[in-house]
Design a protein around this ligand. Structure first.
Ligand SMILES: [Zn+2]
Length: 178
């Protein structure tokens, strides 16, 4: 397994849509499984609750989710070609972060309940009904598959202001890191 470098905001790959993974490739080749293992290791190392392929400079439609810091029974898992097939009417505001935007946290309103269809890492079709932090992580990561970022949910003027502030503080951080 290997740690993968995280792609930060400003890199164009974060705006690109992912490519569907052929289920036969999952069964016949080990490369997607290796990518999944590396992504899980990278997500854990960075204390993320989710990670999408674009964030490690890849365009396969694959995401990782790990809500074990909220639910001790949860295990990290991969979803291949995930899609939201149903959302609940109720919406909730939850604070989100993103590994591609270190130290930026935004209150974002999204549906509280979602149903996701995907393949598991073995290529088997599955559906997942989720609420709470799991529903939130799924929506955030599935957005990455389309090149959508959490900042897109903020009013444009507020977004401009927040990003400017964020970029100034991340430059300051880089300087102090040497
Ligand atoms: Zn993200």
């Amino acid at each position: 397994m290997a740690l993968l470098p995280i792609v930060y905001y400003g890199d164009r790959i974060l705006r690109k849509a992912g490519k569907r993974i052929d289920p036969t490739d999952l069964k016949e080749s080990a490369s997607i499984k290796k990518l999944a293992h590396d992504m899980i290791e990278t997500m854990r190392e960075n204390n993320g609750i989710g990670l999408a392929a674009q964030q490690v400079n890849r365009l396969e439609r694959i995401i990782m989710i790990d809500v074990s810091s909220f639910d001790e029974n949860a295990e990290p898992f991969a979803l291949i070609n995930p899609e939201i097939v149903k959302v609940g009417k109720e919406k909730v505001v939850i604070q989100e972060g993103c590994l591609s935007f270190p130290d930026l946290y935004l209150d974002i309103e999204r549906p509280a309940l979602v149903t996701v269809a995907a393949l598991d890492i073995e290529g088997n079709p599955m559906t997942l009904e989720a609420d709470g932090i799991l529903a939130r992580a799924l929506q955030h990561e599935i957005d990455h598959m389309k090149g959508t970022l959490f900042i897109d949910y903020i009013h444009p003027l507020k977004r401009k202001f927040l990003l400017k502030k964020w970029q100034v503080s991340s430059n300051a951080r880089k300087k102090s890191d040497g």
